[in-house]
Design a protein around this ligand. Structure first.
Ligand code: SF4
Length: 317
């Protein structure tokens, strides 16, 4: 298959993100990663919830589904199960995925469905004027808050490991090439993958700025001893414990990179296929016809017609 350039993953849709927003770095890293993996736009789906970050599917020339607040993972689960041959990526903010959508976030880790979650973590609800999100620490007061935050923060890395994700990483939106490499590894991993991407919101968050991150971030892989991969089932608990300890580090030094990888666990799709022989990659539900008593046969073409009015086609840039 001929390789596609980065430009082929761009669209002409105008972006209303604030100039300088960290979302641009995540978008650029996705376009580069998709190009280097040579993903087929016809079999790639980017799903989002609601928020600034959830506009991402509009700017990528692959299939995109912009859904409801906190429900990106739920929609993506249905899409992946209907056709496990698709590459599915979910974009959402820390508020969307770890607030209203947190039950779906935990459920995805338990299932180990083969999809990739990208958390645009800017510690605020940017789209609705900067309220404290689940990743803002207690006592912190970004400029959009009248008083300091009253609640403790969720640690996305710790929650992902506790939930069962088998690829857990953190990246920084302004280190585009580093994020791109982690994205490629996450998409190539067989199982639920999550990347917590630290993303400055220049409009509402005056604490976690590019200046804040500049001297604090360091790469886990720079330590030659760092080895997050489980190579034997007996190593799982120890690797998880090491990753959880590292996830607590947040101060003068903040680690980014891959915290934990377990390639030994089977995916939800594989478990489902073992349980139900009618479920297979060769003949996935998306290509099967549905029959209900008293009605005629409904196949993929009828579904395509049914959903046609919800499909927006955008042109490539
Ligand atoms: Fe980005 Fe914040 Fe502007 Fe939203 S409000 S587009 S997160 S800078």
């Amino acid at each position: 298959m001929a390789s596609r350039g980065v430009a082929s993953y761009r669209t002409e849709v105008w972006s209303d993100w604030c100039p300088g927003c960290g979302d641009f770095g995540i978008l650029a890293a996705m376009q580069k990663a998709f190009a280097e993996l040579n993903l087929d736009p016809a079999t790639t789906v980017v799903v989002s919830g609601i928020g600034c970050s959830s506009k991402t599917p509009h700017f990528l020339n692959v299939n995109g589904v912009h859904t409801l607040h906190g429900r990106g993972i739920a929609f993506a689960t249905g899409i992946k199960l209907a056709n496990p041959n698709l590459t599915v990526v979910i974009n959402g903010g820390d508020g969307d995925l770890l607030g209203i959508g947190v039950a779906h976030f935990v459920a995805l880790g338990r299932r180990n469905l083969d999809v990739t979650v990208i958390i645009h973590n800017n510690q605020v609800y940017g789209l609705t004027k900067g309220q404290a999100s689940p990743t803002l620490r207690k006592g912190e007061q970004v400029k959009s808050l009248p008083v300091p935050n009253l609640q403790d923060a969720v640690n996305p890395i710790a929650l992902a490991i506790a939930s069962g994700y088998t690829f857990v990483a953190r990246a920084y939106s302004l280190w585009v090439d580093h994020l791109k490499e982690i994205l490629k590894a996450a998409i190539s991993h067989k199982g639920s993958a999550v990347i917590d991407v630290l993303q400055p919101c220049i409009t509402y968050n005056d604490i976690y700025t590019a200046e804040f991150y500049k001297d604090r971030l360091y790469k886990l892989e720079d330590d030659p001893e760092w080895d997050p991969v489980v190579r034997d089932p007996g190593e799982e608990e120890e690797k998880k414990a090491t990753a959880l300890k590292k996830a607590e580090e947040w101060g003068t030094r903040i680690p980014v990179g891959v915290f934990y990888v377990n390639p030994l666990k089977d995916t939800y799709e594989d478990r489902l296929a073992k349980r139900n022989p009618a479920y297979s990659r060769e003949n996935p539900p998306a290509f099967q016809s549905i029959y209900s008593e008293g009605s005629s046969l409904v196949g993929p073409e009828e579904f395509r017609k049914l959903f046609d009015r919800f499909i927006v086609k955008v042109s490539r840039r």
